[in-house]
Design a protein around this ligand. Structure first.
Ligand code: AMP
Ligand code: MG
Length: 350
């Protein structure tokens, strides 16, 4: 792959400077790749109607061609052009949760290139809740295709430095707007069939969605190990540290004991051990490099810190990460979905 000079610019997230955002928008219009912050994670953006630019996203990330991309819009008018048969439920969900971390699947219009949808007849669309992202899309005057701005398989980026680590020399610009809020990718909801179904858990929870559309269910493939998930993206190895990650589930006290014991064994074998702990438990680990992701009473903070904690432990050169599991409710479902993937199924029930 040809080396590209990556220009990094800082933009204030709360009140973005229009001239700076315009530089990014001009690059998008020219078919270039621009990473930008959203409220979930950093996205790697390209003109969503430019087949060549979209192909470059797949190359820069090393993303499998059969994993479709999400189109990002700044107005519902844009959705009218990209989707057909927009249902009443879809309109209610857009009204309630947009801008926000909810991606909706629609029947695609002919305007959407096949490379976006990996040949499927549905297209995923979302309106991000971030002033830089919204301004960038508006100024580009096109929908922006944007998967997470990481190398495929690595943890998603929640800071510009993570994007730099993975994609420097492969993309044209990184807009540094500070740390992202939610820290996990959007919820993906398929509302094109009879039963609305969550294909990927994320920032908007099952409970949130059921308040608007009570019939929403979760794809069993995102909950159970032995069921194949429906969404193409869910079948790939994902969010993985360089180290081997082992996920523990069960009562908190049992997890702490099991992790401490494992840490002791690995360290006596001369291995470097990292521990992903919580405020309530961190004081109990006597060995290894332990980092708290936040309080168990505040799973939003744990979600916010999750990917960064994995990257920090990687940068400390650990070869084993022992991670505490969380309760599977609210955003905990999304946290456990990412951790399950990061562990490649290496899960110890204690
Ligand atoms: P990301 O790479 O984080 O942008 O993730 C996009 C997610 O949305 C992946 O899990 C994709 O597989 C999923 N996705 C995008 N478009 C579709 C679609 N048309 N049908 C099903 N899943 C989709
Ligand atoms: Mg991704």
């Amino acid at each position: 792959m040809k080396y590209i000079d990556t220009n990094i610019i800082e933009i204030n997230s709360i009140n973005p400077d229009e001239e700076s955002v315009l530089k990014g928008a001009e690059l998008i219009r020219k078919g270039k790749l621009v990473a930008f912050p959203t409220e979930t994670v950093y996205g790697l953006g390209a003109n969503g109607l430019d087949v060549k630019a979209i192909a470059n996203i797949f190359t820069a990330k090393g993303r499998p061609q059969d994993n479709p991309l999400i189109l990002h819009v700044y107005s519902i008018d844009q959705v009218e052009e990209l989707a057909i048969d927009i249902s009443k439920e879809a309109r209610e969900l857009m009204k309630e949760f947009w801008p926000g971390p909810l991606t909706l699947l629609f029947k695609k219009s002919t305007k959407v290139p096949n490379i976006i949808t990996a040949g499927l007849d549905t297209v995923a669309i979302r309106m991000p809740d971030h002033p830089i992202a919204l301004k960038l899309i508006e100024m580009s005057q096109v929908p922006i295709a944007a998967p997470s701005a990481n190398t495929s398989g690595r943890p998603s980026p929640t800071m510009a430095s993570h994007v730099e680590e993975d994609l420097s020399g492969k993309i044209d610009m990184i807009i540094d707007g500070g740390t992202t809020g939610v820290g996990l990718e959007s919820t993906v909801l398929d509302i094109t069939g009879k039963q609305p179904i969550i294909l990927r858990p994320g920032g908007i929870t099952l409970e949130d969605l059921r308040n608007i559309v009570p019939t929403v269910v979760e794809d069993q493939g995102i909950i159970h190990e032995d069921i194949v998930p429906r969404s193409p993206g869910q079948k790939y190895k994902h969010y993985a540290p360089k180290a081997k990650l082992i996920l523990f589930t069960g009562e908190v006290d049992n997890m702490v004991k099991a992790i401490s014991k494992k840490a002791y064994i690995y360290i006596s074998q001369g291995r470097n051990v990292g521990i992903m702990a919580t405020d309530e438990t961190i004081g109990r680990y006597k060995e290894g490099i332990s980092i708290s992701m936040g309080s168990r009473k505040d799973s939003r903070t744990i979600a916010h810190n999750l990917f960064n904690t994995i990257r920090i432990l990687d940068s400390k050169g650990v070869d084993i990460i022992l991670c505490e599991g969380m309760e599977r409710s609210g955003i905990g479902t999304a946290i456990m979905n990412r951790l399950k993937k990061a562990s490649s199924g290496n899960i110890k029930k204690v």
